[in-house]
Design a protein around this ligand. Structure first.
Ligand code: UT7
Length: 324
């Protein structure tokens, strides 16, 4: 027997304001046609004034707990992936812990940009398998609209705000590929590529929040190569092949990257959950958001074999294989 981290509930929250591509035509030399054809994005949500990352995270967390049929105090751990925290400290995780009414256990943030949710899932899996935690709430939440340079058309049309959350619970498995829960994880980073995608401000360096800067083509090139490779490695660690997968839940940055990765894995797009058209790139929130939307659409069903993968600033990337 082996302890597995099994998904018990999932939920998401998107801020009310929806911004279509056409909105950017008013202020920038861009077009709905360019954004759709180069990225697949049609619209994104932006947080309202006075609405913060912790607010989005709290609502996603409450929905995931309701889906799991659990109360906040049934949790012993809360891990929150974000690169856009409300404050430098304390962590967004502890703010959400208090707002949920979770009075026990421990909460912390993980910062691995767009790969943040994959890193957080992997940490949650390790805590559960080691016996340190039994129920872990894993949240991805971002307000990237707060770090956009609105005069830079090559970045500001790409990102959106949102949050998604998953409740993981320890369960006994047989130790084979038929077990429910996380079957394998694969994490990587390579800090030599820092300048491909970064924010040009920070507490220690500038005393400001800064703006996102990206060499899009460079990140695109790394994404297509590294996402398929990490997916293959995660599958191999579990003793599985891509043909075994029911669903891929990719990081939602660019439909062309999602398609290229599916092609490399030899999978038809019918087996890929795609939400990028409605949410844009929500960084660490993108995978749990897509999981929650995918489940609501009847795509992710108990027993399905699911692969999630992501890459982002760092560069940091990775994949998780789990049976839903
Ligand atoms: O979440 C982290 C991971 N991030 C990613 O995965 C993002 C990866 N990169 C990408 O998705 C793509 O590289 C972009 C969508 C960012 C850009 O697409 P691209 O096909 O690589 O375009 P490009 O950067 O090569 O730009 C092509 C042209 C340029 O004009 P010139 O130099 O050919 O005259 C850009 O200035 O498109 C221009 N351009 C735009 N035109 C209209 C760039 N942004 C825009 C825009 N509207 N918003």
């Amino acid at each position: 027997m082996i302890t597995r981290a099994v998904v018990r509930g999932v939920g998401h929250y998107l801020p009310e304001r929806v911004v279509p591509n056409s909105e950017f035509e008013k202020t920038l030399e861009t077009s709905d046609e360019w954004i759709r054809s180069r990225t697949g994005i049609e619209r994104r949500h932006f947080a309202a004034e006075g609405e913060y990352t912790s607010d989005l995270a709290l609502k996603a967390a409450q929905r995931a707990l309701a889906d799991a049929g659990l109360e906040a105090d049934d949790l012993d751990t809360l891990i929150l992936a974000t690169s856009t925290p409300d404050y430098t400290f304390p962590s967004v995780a502890t703010q959400v812990q208090a707002a949920l009414g979770m009075t026990r256990g421990f909460a912390f943030d993980v910062q691995a940009v767009c790969a943040g949710f994959i890193y957080a899932l992997s940490n949650a899996d390790a805590l559960i398998r080691s016996g340190q935690s039994r129920r872990v709430l894993v949240i991805g939440a971002e307000t990237f609209s707060r770090i956009m340079d609105w005069s830079d058309r090559s970045t500001c049309v790409l990102f959106g705000d949102g949050a998604g959350a998953v409740v993981l619970e320890a369960a006994e498995g047989a130790g084979n590929i038929n077990d429910r829960g996380i079957l394998s994880t694969d994490l990587h980073s390579d800090g030599r590529h820092r300048e491909a995608l970064y924010v040009d401000g920070g507490v220690s360096r500038t005393g400001t929040a800064g703006h996102l800067r990206m060499q899009g083509k460079e990140v695109f090139r790394h994404a297509v190569e590294k996402l398929a490779a990490t997916a293959e490695r995660a599958l191999a660690k579990a003793g599985l092949e891509s043909a075994d997968l029911d669903w891929v839940v990719p990081h939602q940055a660019n439909l062309r990257i999602i398609r290229a990765t599916a092609t490399k894995l030899g999978l038809p797009m019918e087996r890929v959950v795609v939400t990028v058209q409605d949410h844009g790139n929500t960084s660490a929130a993108s995978i749990p958001l897509a999981m929650s939307v995918g489940k609501a659409e009847g795509k992710l069903k108990q027993g399905d074999l699911v692969l999630a993968e992501a890459i982002g600033g760092g560069l940091a990337w990775g994949a998780v294989v789990l049976r839903w």
